[in-house]
Design a binder for this molecule. Structure first.
Ligand SMILES: [Zn+2]
Length: 136
C-alpha cells in the first residue's frame, strides 16, 4: 500500500482552455473525431502538478506528493503521473495580449477616442470635453 493523500480543498482551475484542432483524435467505433483540449495553468499550478501534488487527471490539489492514487478520481498518480505529465506537458505559453505596450496605448487611445465620439464628445489625448454645437 502506497501513500494516501487528502484533498487540500484548492482544486486547480485552468486559466484558459482551447481545442487543439491541429491534432484530432479519431475513434475506431466511428464516433466523429474530436480535438483534444489544451489547458493552460498558472506556472505555480504547473509546478504543483510536476511535483505530484496536483492530480493530472482531475486537477485536485493534494496534501501528499505522488500518492498511490488520487482520492477523487482514482488516477494512479504514483505509477503514472510523472510519465503522463512528461508526455502531455507542452511548455509555457504567454496568455494575454501579444501586443506591445506601445500598441496597447494606441489601442486604448483609439477606443477612448471612439467612445468619446460615439457619446457625442470630442476627444483630446488627456481630457474629454463636450462638443460645442454650432461653434466654428
Ligand atoms: Zn484525480
Amino acid at each position: 500500500m502506497g501513500r494516501t493523500a487528502k484533498p487540500t480543498g484548492r482544486p486547480v482551475i485552468p486559466i484558459a482552455i482551447e481545442d487543439a484542432t491541429e491534432d484530432l483524435i479519431f475513434f475506431e467505433d466511428g464516433r466523429p473525431p474530436r480535438s483534444p483540449v489544451i489547458m493552460y495553468f498558472k506556472e505555480y499550478d504547473i509546478g504543483r502538478m510536476a511535483a505530484g501534488y496536483v492530480c493530472l487527471q482531475c486537477k485536485e490539489d493534494l496534501d501528499t506528493a505522488f500518492p498511490e492514487e488520487c482520492p477523487i478520481c482514482r488516477y494512479k498518480m504514483a505509477a503514472r503521473q510523472a510519465e503522463d505529465f512528461a508526455k502531455e506537458y507542452r511548455g509555457n505559453a504567454h496568455i494575454g495580449p501579444s501586443t506591445t505596450l506601445e500598441q496597447e496605448r494606441e489601442i486604448m487611445n483609439y477606443l477612448r477616442e471612439k467612445k468619446a465620439r460615439d457619446t457625442g464628445h470630442i476627444w483630446t489625448p488627456s481630457i474629454v470635453v463636450p462638443e460645442l454645437k454650432g461653434w466654428h
